[in-house]
Write a protein that binds this ligand. Structure first.
Ligand code: PMP
Length: 772
């Protein structure tokens, strides 16, 4: 600890202009006209030298010890070196080359005197700042923090009342605030700090920060951008986010729109230095802490130095007003708004009810899950968080295959978006690397890739390619399959057909349901018996002939019917015999979910002619792919360009490559097998206790729990399954339902799922089944 005396507790210097001029000449060899400038605990003079040069002459408080002054000089040098464009003063040496000169004062104390280059600009009232200027102020504050990132000085362990990370220590000063309402407001800020900030603050990134980015310390140019940052007298080692909190509090107080303006300031800051979630979450309370510090320290100083007029008068009442604004808006609301501003999102968080009404009006045909839809704002790993901060365990989403917000994918996307985001008609590394990595994981015959944007688009393209390659026009699909949204793929999706409707060129086969279908698991070779239906389907296609059979190897929409060992191989053989192609739709089951391999058709013995990848491929960034043999793709006429503007753009490819890397590096295929197996065993154990569970199926982390009203009759309990999913949602676990009767619970979490999370699903499902 360098110093225990707070400079504020020490009377400020009070040299006369003439005396100061003499000191300047003696110590720095500079003469000129001195004009006194504002200073809280130092004396500052503008010096207009005879030769037209301008300087800032500063006589500091004796409480600023040599190590502190040394730190300030070193910091200014460091900033100059790291970010020369930042407008900070340069220190000019004394006659003997020293960074400051100790001047004896009338009270016998030594007052450090320093000379600096003079920065242009003027101080501006808060109310004169435009939104653009506020944003720019935020950017400059962040730049200053970045410039100081690598700075170290032993004197930085320095206690000062203004350091908001030490705000809790100011509680005794409450007694100096005469006005009861104001005192109570400051006290509430202290209480929130103790409860919410103090426990988290020690875990935040910390460094040497300026700690006083206020309007008094910023000179602004005619365009209102910062042309000078002055006064490094509060510089200390503290949480980086405190710098921003001070800027918000001190730059914006006095404005009626302070909270809205803060969003611009925060937006500017995060454009340079993104904030961590924890930092963003504390910002509102830290701003309140700074405002309350202003109030407490000013009240205390007024009692201490009744004769000394300082900046307290104006800023104190402005601080009260800003703190009152925060309380009127609700500290949690303000925290939420600041957090969103830090997220850099182009929308503002709305209340759930009105948002739902707006959504239903504006997007009447876009479905929502649950009777009480979940209003999500954030995800992390296998967890999702709603607008009220409630946490849900995500056991439904396969899109975030490596976990919500995986930092490697996020970084890859952000960095690629910053570097280059264009279409794929230029030579770029990422699309080539992605295509090569995909083909390396598939059988050698599948050597050609087209990258598109969605599973539907990839299946649509597969359909076009199949027709071109075979010259036929018919398709075979399983009886409740889903393959996409486009006209061509909706025709291949019986799940989506209106009742009684079937496109003439599509024939269905029963999906291999070994539990309740025509051929049961007890029967020898039951999957092959299902495959025999392919012959019937092809016959039904008549003159269309079969161009392709599309199959999701996990039969997800059909009720999660995996595994059906031998089915795909036998079906493929029959399709091939009829001259058609097999398209393995890995949109659901791929990317490691089966726990066996990246692709669920691997090891099936079937040799798909085309493989379609989608959903999880970019962990939420839209990207999908068709992989085929170059011979099959070659059937598409050369004049037909297989190109889509966004397909294979560098950002999508960066996302897809990051996903593949994470799956490999984190061993997620093995985790799907292990955690999936553990969860499956747990579900089977539940089946032993709950008669409602008729069957437990699936592989890896794609599991289906079929609910039946009557085990003997295997009568589907669709309504019950829906109610179970709703009840689980109410208890914080998100699952879905699937199958033609909607009676199969669909459990399909991100592959980073853990045993503890599996235990939680099992416990909640057990409770829900017991209570129903
Ligand atoms: N195929 C399968 C098996 C799917 O599950 C889906 C989406 N649920 C699609 C294709 C369509 O993919 P997308 O929604 O990305 O168009």
């Amino acid at each position: 600890m360098v110093q225990r005396v707070d400079p504020l507790a020490s009377a400020p210097p009070a040299f006369g202009d003439e005396e100061a001029g003499k000191i300047l000449a003696a110590s720095f060899g500079v003469t000129g006209a001195l004009t006194a400038l504002a200073g809280e605990r130092d004396q500052n003079f503008r010096v207009d030298a005879g030769d037209g040069r301008r300087f800032l002459f500063k006589i500091s408080n004796p409480a600023d010890s040599p190590p502190i002054l040394g730190m300030q000089a070193a910091a200014l040098r460091h900033i100059e070196q790291v970010d020369p464009g930042l407008p900070v003063m340069r220190t000019l040496p004394g006659a003997a080359g020293e960074p400051w000169v100790a001047v004896p004062g009338p009270d016998g104390r030594a007052y450090p005197a320093r000379l600096f280059t003079f920065l242009p600009g003027r101080t501006v009232a808060s109310t004169a700042l435009t939104t653009g200027a506020i944003r720019s102020f935020g950017q400059t504050t962040a730049r200053l923090g970045r410039a100081l990132r690598g700075f170290f000085h032993p004197a930085a362990d320095y206690e000062i009342l203004w350091d908001i990370s030490r705000f809790a220590a100011l509680r005794p000063l409450l007694a100096h605030v005469a006005d009861g309402a104001r005192r109570a407001r400051a006290e509430r800020a202290l209480d929130r700090f103790d409860a919410r900030v103090a426990p988290v603050l020690p875990g935040l990134r910390a460094q040497v920060i300026h700690a006083d980015m206020s309007l008094e310390n910023a000179l602004l140019g005619d365009d209102l951008s910062v042309s000078g940052i002055v006064d490094f007298g509060d510089m200390t080692h503290a949480a980086l986010v405190c710098d921003l909190a001070v800027a918000v509090a001190d730059v914006l107080h006095g404005r009626d729109d302070a909270i809205g303006a803060a969003e611009a300031m925060i937006g500017g800051y995060v454009a340079v230095t993104p904030l961590d979630e924890e930092e963003a979450g504390l910002l509102g309370d830290l701003v309140a802490a700074r405002l309350a510090t202003e109030i407490l320290v000013t009240a205390w100083r007024r009692d201490l130095y009744p004769d000394h007029t300082d900046r307290g008068g104006i800023s104190e009442s402005a601080a009260h007003a800003f703190l009152a604004l925060i309380e009127a808006a609700g500290p949690d609301t303000v925290t939420g708004r600041f957090r969103e501003a830090a997220g850099g999102l182009p929308y503002r968080r709305s209340a759930t009810g009105p948002l739902l009404a707006r959504r239903r009006r504006a997007l009447p045909r876009s479905p929502l899950f649950y009777e009480h839809p979940v209003h999500l704002v954030r995800g992390e790993g296998a967890w999702l968080f709603d607008a009220a901060g409630r946490r849900y365990l995500d056991c439904y989403n396969n899109v975030p295959v490596v976990g919500h917000g995986h930092p490697r994918v996020v970084r890859a996307v952000a960095e690629q978006q910053r570097l280059l985001a264009t279409h794929s008609r230029y030579l770029h590394e990422a699309i080539v690397e992605l295509a090569e990595r995909l083909t390396a994981t598939l059988p050698p015959a599948l050597d050609a890739v087209v990258i598109v944007n969605s599973g539907s688009e990839a299946n649509d393209l597969a359909w076009r390619v199949a027709r071109a390659a075979t010259g036929r026009a018919g398709a075979v699909v399983t009886s409740y399959a889903y393959h996409g949204l486009t006209e061509a793929t909706a025709a291949l999706s019986p799940e989506e057909w209106a009742a009684g409707e079937r496109p003439g060129h599509v024939a269905t086969v029963p999906a291999p349901d070994g539990y309740r279908g025509a051929h049961r698991r007890e029967a020898d070779g039951w999957p092959e018996r299902y495959a025999a239906h392919v012959d019937d389907a092809v016959r039904a296609l008549g003159s269309h002939g079969v161009a392709a059979m599309f199959a999701d190897p996990a039969f997800t929409a059909d009720g999660i019917l995996a595994p059906a060992p031998g089915y795909l191989r036998a079906a493929a053989r029959r399709v091939h015999e009829h001259g058609g192609l097999l398209v393995a739709d890995e949109v659901q089951a791929g990317h490691g979910r089966s726990g066996r391999h990246l692709w669920s058709c691997h090891g099936s013995g079937a040799e798909p002619d085309m493989v379609v990848l989608g959903k999880p491929m970019g962990n939420g960034f839209p990207v999908a792919a068709l992989v085929a043999s170059s011979a099959v793709l070659g059937a598409v006429p050369a004049e037909t360009e297989l190109f889509s503007t966004f397909g294979g753009n560098p950002v999508a490819c960066a996302a897809a490559l990051a996903v593949l890397a994470v799956i490999e590096d984190e061993g997620l295929v093995a985790n799907a097998a292990e955690t999936g197996g553990y969860l499956r065993d747990g579900l089977l154990a539940l089946a032993g206790r709950h008669a409602l569970i008729g069957d437990v199926r699936g592989e890896g982390l794609l599991l289906g729990v079929e609910l039946v009203a009557d085990r003997a009759a295997r009568a589907p309990a669709g309504a019950r399954a829906g109610a179970v999913a709703e009840a689980m949602r109410d208890r914080g676990v998100l699952i879905g339902t699937t199958g033609p009767d909607g009676n199969v619970l669909k459990i399909r979490p991100p592959l980073v799922f853990t045993r503890e999370q599996a235990d939680l699903v099992l416990r909640v499902l057990d409770e829900v089944l017991a209570s129903g």
